[in-house]
Ligand binder design. Structure first.
Ligand SMILES: Nc1nc2c(ncn2[C@@H]2O[C@H](COP(=O)(O)OP(=O)(O)OP(=O)(O)O)[C@@H](O)[C@H]2O)c(=O)[nH]1
Ligand SMILES: [Mg+2]
Length: 236
């Protein structure tokens, strides 16, 4: 890590949220422990719980910017992340879930790798804590396999786990892609990284950060049949 990068002022954490009142404050506190100067954008899609209130009244050293998408026409994890990147002011960003399934301890590794010149740093799930049912395991395995095939056929960059929601990159690179190819993202979908890899053709310098995908300790999963369908449609 360079001296300059130690204070994290060049780095933004983007957290897409939908009803994460039970975990968001704890996540902000954990990020504060990493650096009080870390920039955070909470990209919220109109949570019906107290997520907004909690983020806006949080008194810790990290002042998260609450991107309120409540009144937007299109809702979705992907468009929320895209909108957050569009307003991101730092050279680097990373995306992580708001339900603490992505361990905040890995944030420094992402920043370090990005500072070292990796253009894309992808989280690599080495383990899933807790038990996934057979259906979810099968869905995840099939989704990854088909996604890899879809990228190989198009001769695109690949990452080990194309389904991960934990990744970081260079802000300008993504802004350019978003500006030019916004309509090619599945805006209401979930798999932002996969969409990006499908769209972007130049070779990328890719790094990895291993992590254990935690169990959701509070709140509810938002994965729906529609989200799964949108992903499978996006393969073709
Ligand atoms: N802005 C926005 N955030 C969303 C949306 N859907 C989910 N999220 C957030 O995106 C993150 C990932 O969603 P989850 O439902 O936890 O998905 P997951 O982790 O793959 O599934 P679980 O293991 O069941 O939790 C969480 O922080 C959610 O609050 C959405 O439509 N819009
Ligand atoms: Mg989750």
């Amino acid at each position: 890590m360079t001296e300059n990068s130690k204070d994290y002022s060049e780095f933004t954490i983007i957290i897409p949220t939908l009803n994460e009142e039970k975990s968001i404050v704890h996540l902000l506190e954990l990020l504060e422990q990493i650096s009080p100067k870390i920039n955070v954008i909470v990209a919220d899609d109109g949570s019906k719980d107290k997520t907004k209130e909690i983020v806006e009244t949080h008194t810790g050293s990290v002042k998260a910017f609450f991107l309120d998408r409540k009144n937007e026409e299109i809702h979705g994890l992907t468009i929320s992340v895209i909108d957050a990147i569009s307003i991101c002011k730092t050279p680097y960003f990373m995306v992580m879930d708001g339900d603490l399934q992505h361990p905040p301890e890995v944030v420094p590794e992402f920043y370090k790798k990005l500072s070292q010149g990796y253009e894309l740093v992808a989280g690599n799930r080495i383990e899933v804590a807790g038990k996934w049912g057979l259906y979810r395991k099968l869905m995840s395995y099939t989704a990854i396999l088909l996604g890899k095939i879809a990228l190989a056929v198009r001769r695109r960059n690949k990452v080990k786990d194309i389904m991960t929601g934990l990744y970081g990159s260079k802000t300008d690179l993504w802004k350019e892609v978003i500006d030019k190819e916004r309509e090619k993202f599945t805006l209401e979908g979930y798999k932002v990284l996969f969409d990006f890899l499908k769209i972007y053709s130049p070779k990328l310098k890719i790094g990895y950060v291993d992590y254990v995908f935690g169990t959701r300790s509070s709140g509810e999963s938002k994965i729906s049949k529609k989200i799964i369908w949108l992903y499978f449609k996006s393969l073709f």
